[in-house]
Design a protein around this ligand. Structure first.
Ligand SMILES: N[C@@H](CCC(=O)N[C@@H](CS)C(=O)NCC(=O)O)C(=O)O
Length: 233
């Protein structure tokens, strides 16, 4: 039976769930066929069977997984003969740190730069919910959150220094010579931004820009070939 992946449907078909991109890239890495089921953010009924309020939700036969990290570790265990996402127990531990760094540092630097743009990328039927839930979280309007981003983008540049330094030393991916789950986690932030916002996050001569290009080329341009803004160089 084909694996099902529930994710978000945005305006004009945009797939803007960053956590779902982590799961989709992990499925591609494992060379697994899957069906994408895009839902409105407010459609909690369709994922109630999984006892979840959020996507991604993965259904593989009788198995239901509801968190991007749990989906990745499930795929690693259930499909051991397919290419590894973590490269063993040490890699799993280190990737977990990258996962936390991404959620606690990269997302914190990047999210406010595009917060108001994401509202436009959300499905029109979800925009009231999106604005209310995000403004509750930020304790400010989305317009206030995004204001002054031209200056604040430097903060993102500095946050990305650990991976930039690594790429400059000749390592092509966060996981080493080839991409792994750590790459998909960090890439999901940039893919979220590409799908939702025309704002330029990286300069073309930045080693992180070149890495993002390599990520977009993976799996016959799987991530590149989705409705997104052209990222200006
Ligand atoms: N920790 C979860 C977070 C999932 C998450 O926050 N998903 C967002 C979409 S990217 C969502 O569905 N939010 C539901 C809501 O805001 O109501 C994971 O890693 O999968």
């Amino acid at each position: 039976m084909t694996i099902k992946l529930y994710e978000l449907l945005g305006h004009e078909g945009r797939r803007y769930s960053q956590f779902s991109w982590r799961a989709k890239m992990a499925l591609k890495h494992k060379r697994l066929e899957f069906e994408e089921i895009p839902l409105l953010l407010t459609d909690k009924e369709s994922i109630a069977f999984a006892n979840s309020n959020s996507v991604p939700v993965l259904v593989d036969g009788d198995v239901i997984e509801t968190d991007s990290w749990d989906i990745a570790t499930y795929l690693e265990e259930a499909y051991p003969d397919a290419p590894s996402l973590f490269g063993g127990p040490i890699g799993t531990g280190v990737t977990r740190v990258i996962n936390s760094w991404c959620d606690r540092a990269v997302n914190v630097a990047l999210g406010p730069l595009i917060a108001r743009d994401v509202l436009e990328a959300a499905h029109p039927d979800d925009r009231t919910y999106f604005r209310e839930s995000m403004e509750k979280l930020y304790k400010r309007t989305l317009e206030e959150v995004q204001e002054g981003r031209e200056d604040r983008v430097k903060g993102l540049y500095r946050t990305l220094d650990p991976i930039r330094t690594t790429f400059r030393k000749g390592q092509d991916f966060i996981s080493g010579d080839a991409p792994g789950y750590a790459d998909y986690v960090v890439f999901s932030q940039f893919q979220w931004a590409r799908v939702t916002s025309p704002f330029k996050l990286l300069d073309a001569d930045d080693a992180v820009f070149a890495w993002r290009e390599r990520m977009l080329d993976l799996y016959d341009g799987f991530a590149r070939n989705t409705t997104a803004y052209e990222v200006a160089e």
